[in-house]
Design a protein around this ligand. Sequence first.
Ligand code: SF4
Length: 419
Amino acid sequence: MSAASEFVPLQQLRSERGQRAVFCGLTGIIWLHRKIQDAFFLVVGSRTCAHLIQSAAGVMIFAEPRFATAIIDDRDLAGLADANDELDRVVTQLLERRPDIRLLFLVGSCPSEVIKLDLSRAATRLSKSFEPRVRIRNYSGSGIETTFTQGEDACLAALAPTLPVTAEKSLLVVGALPDVVEDQFRRLFAALGIGPVNFFPPRRSTELPPVGPGTRFLLAQPFLADTARALGERGAVQIPAPFPLGAEGTTAWLQAAATEWHVEPGRFAAVTGPGHERAQRSLSRHRDQLAGKRVFFFPDSQLEVPLARFLSRELGMQLTEVGTPYLHREHLAPELALLPEGTKVVEGQHVDNQLDRCRAERPDIVVCGLGLANPLEAEGLTTKWSIELVFTPIHGYEQAGDLAELFARPLNRRLRLAV
Ligand code: SF4
């Protein structure tokens, strides 16, 4: 039996475990620090952690950087120094120097977890000295058994219990979106008569959205399981929907909120129709090139299932395998229902087996992490870095064409190299 024929119909998704090749949750700091503009992320980690976020951030020159690493050195590891005293000293120095910081995250790492440094206690202790001027929270960005998008989930889940209380009916959009995308969605919700609408995370920590039993929330990202649970504990209720990727996904996502707010179908069509058509027109520019092309997803960003739905339904691409590190069956149910029947969906990772299957399939494009991209390119496969899909604005009608282009570009590059 060949590796590919072991798969079963969509209703029987496959899981596998083995060696993994993913980035850790510290990576999320790169987009979170851009979103929450008065927050600072202090990683309590090693030089490796510092290198990881510096290289993920690329070469950035900051007048005032908003993330840093408090390095745990050999003395701390050997128990010769009190890591808590050191941490208090570093935080005090930082907050004295930077009065613009209003929210400080102590971000745990593998080394801080290995020496069992309790950052939750540290955050409580330091809060006593610095609140209300600075809120201090903690979460883990450690790489043990995680994938890189879990950093955002852990960060938002840590904030959720501290959101203000409301009894008012309101819509909360959950997941970090670029400001330009947030503004587009705000305009659409306003035109639909849906509101008040808040976004989580907000642009400033002083604008944390209120939450309570009247809150209905839409996930903008599929990797926010812990955040959704924490919001549920505050009484908020999730609106199930596909994710707003592509024309179809965006319309379905808006429709889910519109149904909850009893928006008239005529009004919904009038508000969303022009954006839907613009998105379809921008997608049609890429459809000829992408239709029929075969795509293989390695598990990395947790965006794989919504992306696979978008690529197959709106661009006619063929899904050879859709790997995803974790599959939240409930959150992804509306997406799974839209995948072509028999799609091979694999949860978890056994990188060697996946590489074997990928090589056997010889897909036209492979979506994978940075660590796998170069070796696969060297074997003549065309790759797309999945991390780019988190750094780039891809949600909503106006970004649908850009999203398609992210997949068309590597194929064009390969064609040019082949000439
Ligand atoms: S948190 Fe762990 S996996 Fe991430 S850079 Fe630090 S040591 Fe590496």
